[in-house]
Each structure stands twice: as structure tokens, then as C-alpha cells.
Design a protein around this ligand. Structure first.
Ligand SMILES: [Zn+2]
Ligand SMILES: [Zn+2]
Length: 370
């Protein structure tokens, strides 16, 4: 559980450029290798199956910044939208993944990050994701021409690894509450016509209850990026965490990685809220009966560990009237979701046309009557 040497060391041996043609090797989605886009040369990414790095939480909560399990990475900060992005390979020009504003390579700076303990490698490739975006746009009514243009240029669709924290803990809780049992009473009443009638009414009898629950809380997933991950629609933000691989930076090659902006401490507080909801659920199950009241829960978490993990999405970005819009494809499942602008002028002229047609119809209608 505690940290040993980082599992990422082994990746240093992998060549970063193609032995045949010198082009950069990038991770090929759905595989476990990096490949050359030009000649097809492949190198296998070796991951240690036992290399998942669950880190003991408490030392990291106390002294952030001075841990053994952190590393320096190069970061580019978008001055327009604030996103922090990292790219493994060399590049000459680059646009922000979210707002498609140009990023200045000279602005790159080096900073620390807690190394990811695991990564869920892309399963869907850029081409598939771009095709999905294109299909989505072509099915839209009233889409502005800018959007149509963006859907023709694959460089506006990029693969992005999003940062998350996951927490594990042993949960123990003592609770007090009440068990409710339903019973039915027959009541008589007078109906609107003045006749006496009877009806059955459900009531609840309450009994005191108290006890203990305990169990393991596994992989509570908390977003680690304030600016952008928060905007990613909930319906596509679901990944199969069983597909996580021990971290190896070769999986990041050819993709953009966003650095966490929500500190571990903040993520941990949020995970405790989630643990409290889980404890409440367990207490209610333990109380049983037909319905329950929970009066108090005394919860304790122990053996707390965490991981910094990276999860894949594709982002298509386009600008309209000075505003950024994003279309998202889940890089594992292919689930899609996007926000879209409406073209004012397209709608304006359509409404105008309808009014003219209606006007003409009324005019001729009146002529016919007169
Ligand atoms: Zn090659
Ligand atoms: Zn940006």
C-alpha cells in the first residue's frame, strides 16, 4: 500500500521515436502499444500488473508538495480559458483543447504533480470520434456555418485525459434511529352525498433501533479539475474503472493531459461526503422494516488511500460569436454529449419566411371571401 519506487520508471526504456523513420510514436487506442503513424512500427507498452499505486492518504494531506511520489511535468496554461494542459511529445504549434485558442510554446513552465497511479487508456480512436462529431453536426437544425466548418477539420477534435481522485477506505459507523412498520386502520367518513363509508389508511409504528455497520468503500471517484471537468456532462462522465491500467506515460503520447486543479484535500472532503451517504444507506439497510429514520451516525474512516487517475474523453471545440462550445465523446464508451449554438440569422429568416407565407395566405383568403 505504501509507496515504493514509482512504477513509471520502466517506461523510460521505451523509444520515443520510430527506429525506421524517426517520427514520434503515439499511443494507439484500444491496444497496449505505441505506433508510428507513418510506417506502422509498434512498440509494446509494458505495465506491471501489480503496479497500481494506492497511496496512503494521511502524509499527503499534511505536507503537500514534498512527497516522494511526485514528478515534474511541463505545463501550458491557456490564457483565454484557464485550462492547464500537458503534452508528452514535442510539438511546434498547439491550440487549447477547450477553446481552440493558440497556445504559445515559449510559455511552457515546469511544475510538480502527484504522479497518476492509474490511467484508463483510450479505447476509441480520434478518427471514430471525429466522425461522430461530424454526424452530430450534420443532424443539427439551425447550426451556424462556423460549426459546420469546425466539423470538417479533424484538428479541432482532440483526445484529452481528465484528472480525477479516487479514494478507498474502511468505513465503520455506529448509528441510532427508528424502524417503521406499516399497519392499516379502517376509518369511516361521510362522502359528498352524506353517506357513511369506510376506507383503509396506512399508518406507521416506530420502534427504536441502533447498531453498527462496517465495510470497504472502494474507488470513490471525485473530479480533480475545477475549470473544465465540471462542464463535462454527467451522462457521459462514466467509465469502467476495471479497465484502469497501472500508470505509464506512454499511454499519454499523442494526447493532451489536463493537470488537476482541485487540491487533494478538497477532493478528500468531497469523498467524505460520499462516504457519509454510503453510511446512511448501510444504516437504513441494517435498520430494516418498511421505512427508517436515522437520527445519528458516528462514522469513522480508516486505512484511507487514494489515487490520482486519468480518464479519457475526446473534445471537439468550436467558437461562435466569441463563445466556446464543446462536444464530448467518452474515450472509452463512445457516449456523446454536446452543447450547440443556434444561428440567429438562420432562425430569423426562417421565421420571416413563415410570416410571409401566412400573410399571403390570409391576403388571398380575404380576396376569396370578398
Ligand atoms: Zn516509422
Ligand atoms: Zn483555452
Amino acid at each position: 500500500m505504501a509507496t515504493s519506487e514509482p512504477a513509471v520508471q520502466q517506461q523510460a526504456e521505451l523509444k520515443k521515436s520510430c527506429v525506421n523513420c524517426g517520427a514520434e510514436l503515439t499511443y494507439k487506442p484500444g491496444t497496449s502499444s505505441i505506433t508510428c503513424a507513418y510506417c506502422g512500427h509498434q512498440e509494446e507498452i509494458m505495465v506491471d500488473p501489480n503496479g497500481f499505486e494506492e497511496l496512503e492518504l494521511s502524509p499527503y494531506l499534511k505536507e503537500m508538495g514534498a512527497q516522494s511520489h511526485s514528478e515534474k511535468i511541463s505545463m501550458l496554461h491557456c490564457k483565454n480559458c484557464g485550462a492547464n494542459q500537458h503534452i508528452e511529445e514535442n510539438y511546434k504549434s498547439l491550440h487549447c483543447v477547450y477553446c481552440s485558442m493558440p497556445l504559445i510554446v515559449e510559455d511552457m513552465y515546469i511544475e510538480d504533480w502527484i504522479l497518476p497511479g492509474a490511467v484508463l487508456p483510450f479505447q476509441i480512436d480520434q478518427k471514430q470520434s471525429f466522425q461522430t462529431f461530424k454526424r452530430w453536426v450534420s443532424g443539427l437544425w439551425w447550426a451556424p456555418n462556423n460549426l459546420k466548418k469546425a466539423s470538417l477539420d479533424p484538428q479541432f477534435t482532440k483526445g484529452l485525459y481528465l484528472p480525477f481522485w479516487t479514494f478507498d477506505a474502511q468505513l465503520r459507523a455506529n448509528y441510532t434511529g427508528q424502524r417503521g412498520i406499516y399497519y392499516y386502520e379502517t376509518q369511516s367518513y361521510k362522502d359528498s352525498k352524506g353517506n357513511y363509508r369506510t376506507r383503509r389508511v396506512r399508518k406507521t409504528r416506530w420502534y427504536p433501533a441502533s447498531g453498527k455497520v462496517s465495510g470497504f468503500v472502494d474507488d470513490t471517484l471525485i473530479k480533480a479539475s475545477q475549470q473544465k471537468a465540471g462542464r463535462i456532462p454527467k451522462d457521459i462522465a462514466r467509465w469502467d474503472l476495471k479497465k484502469l491500467q497501472p500508470f505509464n506515460s506512454s499511454f499519454l503520447r499523442g494526447f493532451i493531459t489536463e493537470k488537476y486543479t482541485i487540491p487533494l484535500q478538497e477532493g478528500h472532503l468531497e469523498s467524505k461526503e460520499e462516504a457519509r451517504r454510503i453510511a446512511d444507506r448501510w444504516c437504513r439497510q441494517d435498520i430494516g422494516g418498511d421505512t427508517q429514520r436515522v437520527n445519528s451516525i458516528d462514522m469513522k474512516l480508516s486505512e484511507e488511500t487514494f489515487k490520482h487517475i486519468l480518464l479519457p474523453v475526446y473534445v471537439s471545440s468550436y467558437r461562435y460569436n466569441g463563445k466556446e462550445y464543446n462536444f464530448f465523446v467518452n474515450g472509452e464508451t463512445g457516449a456523446v454529449s454536446g452543447s450547440r449554438p443556434y444561428s440567429f440569422w438562420k432562425i430569423f429568416f426562417a421565421v420571416l419566411l413563415v410570416l410571409i407565407v401566412v400573410g399571403i395566405a390570409i391576403y388571398f383568403g380575404q380576396q376569396a371571401e370578398g
